[in-house]
Design a protein around this ligand. Structure first.
Ligand code: PLP
Ligand code: COI
Length: 366
């Protein structure tokens, strides 16, 4: 387990009317996902002349921006998604945040934005969660957590298409219940033959808002076809399975082999994905990262070789896939989700401090 003392100093302006513990408890009883926010936020500005400026914590609220700010026009924006988990002794931890800090900088490079020193990224999260620790749901409240959303936007007032000369880094926090309202009901996936998520050389491996904006029309198409999420295929051949709009995919074979699409540059390198590869290998599974076709998926399920399919990510943890549908057909996934659910429990037990943190994945915030 790692623990750090902050080296970034923050100018803190506390919210004038803090919510009472009773009010917060009432709000935390049914937090939903991403619609309720804590009382503070972190702001750090960057300019080409000064670099990163003083870090501030201010009351949560609107960010005034000029209508010509570059983010509104050319979508120079990146973000991360993480969770803070309360353990039974009252302490609060997050999961592999150094990886999120690294991925944030990889996204920044791809979007021609300035990199953020990882210490500022980590200290900002620690500072915000410490101040708003009353908003981290109690340890015995099921799979609730405080979802953390670091992001960076281009703020320069300029309509020229070029990298902005000013940026704002911010962190906001949102108490979260399960991402899917149906609980652990297996999700159904729509294979879009009309839309792709990312092409070689594009921004698929970056966590930038534009990728998600581009996924919304296909998501609407999926919903029209009675599905919960879309599975994206590669842009060149429309054959290789990539990922969902916000989750990576795994395929489990009857003989214990596991396949997950390899990181070809068009897929987001999920931190849950990487952690599950480690946990599966420790359990003795032969895990292969390789290109995997939609026909292999369909034939593997139809022929009984593929026994489980699941999706994973920070927000959704691990979710079994129940059905695959496409224009002109559909296929039910096997009903056995035993490895999926076992792995899910193992990961949650580590994150909530109920199992030993053998890998040093946890990072103490409070
Ligand atoms: N793929 C996409 C497109 C995502 O948005 C996410 C969520 O962050 C993931 C995969 C899973 O990544 P992680 O496990 O790091 O949350
Ligand atoms: C996450 O899992 O944290 C994500 O960012 C996925 C989605 C909410 C965008």
């Amino acid at each position: 387990m790692s623990q750090t003392t902050s080296s970034t100093s923050f100018a803190v302006t506390e919210a004038a009317d803090r919510r009472s513990a009773d009010e917060i408890a009432h709000l935390l009883a049914n937090p939903g996902f991403g619609s309720l926010f804590t009382e503070h936020m972190v702001l750090v500005e960057w300019t080409g002349d000064t670099g990163w400026q003083e870090a501030r914590v201010v009351p949560y609220g609107p960010i005034p921006l000029d209508p010509s700010a570059a983010v509104f026009h050319y979508a120079q924006e990146i973000f991360e998604g993480m969770k803070a988990y309360r353990h039974s002794d009252g302490t609060v931890w997050t999961f592999r945040p150094e990886r999120n800090a690294e991925r944030f900088n990889a996204s920044a490079r791809r979007l021609a934005m300035p990199e953020l020193p990882p210490t500022i990224f980590l200290d900002a999260i620690k500072e915000l969660v410490t101040l708003d620790q009353g908003w981290v749901p109690p340890a015995d409240s099921g799979e609730t957590s405080l979802y953390l959303r670091p992001f960076m936007i281009a703020t320069e007032e300029a309509l020229g298409v070029r990298p902005s000369n000013r940026y704002l880094f911010s962190v906001i926090a949102s108490p979260a219940g399960a991402y899917f309202t149906g609980g652990l009901t297996p999700v159904s996936l729509w294979v879009s033959d009309q839309y792709v998520r990312a092409a070689a050389g594009g921004t698929g491996a970056a966590k930038c808002g534009g990728n998600y904006a581009a996924s919304l029309a296909s998501q609407a198409e999926g919903i029209e076809h009675g599905c919960d999420q879309v599975v994206f295929l590669d842009a060149a051949e429309h054959r290789y399975v990539e990922e969902l709009g916000g989750m990576n995919l795994f395929f489990v074979y009857a003989d214990g082999r596991v396949v997950t699409p390899e990181l070809t540059g068009t897929i987001l390198p999920g931190i849950t994905r990487s952690s599950l590869i480690d946990l599966l290998r420790e359990r003795g599974h032969d895990v292969t990262e390789r290109r995997f076709t939609i026909d292999e998926w369909r034939d593997g399920v139809a022929g009984g070789e593929i026994t489980e399919v699941f999706a994973c990510g920070t927000a959704a943890v691990i979710t079994p896939v129940g059905r695959l549908a496409w224009s002109g057909g559909e296929l039910a996934m096997p009903q056995d989700h035993s490895l999926t659910l076992d792995l899910r429990q193992e990961l949650l037990d580590i994150q909530y401090g109920r199992a030993e943190d053998r890998h040093g994945w946890l990072y103490q915030l409070v």
